[in-house]
Design a protein around this ligand. Structure first.
Ligand code: 5GP
Length: 150
């Protein structure tokens, strides 16, 4: 993947664009006019949520400021809801820019991943190595959504 393709070129057929358009389903946690939050399909831990903007931006360098503000307002709501819904305190906030950093979906997204330190390491599965259990993801989305303060 070359630099231009991943930092400047937005492919409107990417998987998250299709989720925003409703062409592909997701386990939705929260939605407003500028953002969407949903369960990661290969969670690094129970409760792994992705927050995405409803604009065409590949990564941080191409994000309009108004959408950055909106994404982080939503991330804050989801963080609070995760803590209440799942009774966890540790939340890793992660965001990868460029394939060189491990980015695999080229629509800007913030990961929110519940975790705690155990034996000096995080208790997380490897990135994109988590298993997909749609029933569990649907339950978690519902549980987290109930605790979102609008
Ligand atoms: P990145 O590596 O780009 O930061 O993360 C992409 C994330 O999207 C990964 O954690 C991966 O599990 C998740 N993902 C990939 N395809 C899908 C999908 O179709 N639906 C959902 N909900 N998550 C996806």
């Amino acid at each position: 993947m070359n630099q231009e393709k991943t930092t400047n070129h937005y492919d409107n057929q990417n998987i998250f664009a299709k989720i925003i358009q409703g062409e592909i389903p997701c386990h939705k946690v929260y939605e407003d006019d500028k953002t969407l939050a949903f369960m990661d399909i290969m969670p690094m831990a129970t409760g792994h949520v992705l927050v995405i903007p409803k604009c065409e931006a590949v990564e941080l360098s191409t994000m309009p400021n108004e959408y950055l503000t909106a994404v982080f307002a939503t991330a804050k709501k989801v963080t609070n809801a995760l803590r209440t819904a799942l009774n966890v305190q540790g939340i890793v906030q992660m965001q990868l820019n460029h394939a060189d950093a491990g980015q695999s979906v080229f629509h800007y997204h913030v990961h929110l991943i519940p975790t705690h330190i155990k034996n000096l390491g995080h208790t997380l599965s490897n990135h994109e190595a988590g298993t997909t259990d749609h029933e569990k993801l649907a339950q978690l989305a519902h549980q987290i959504a109930k605790h979102i303060d609008n």
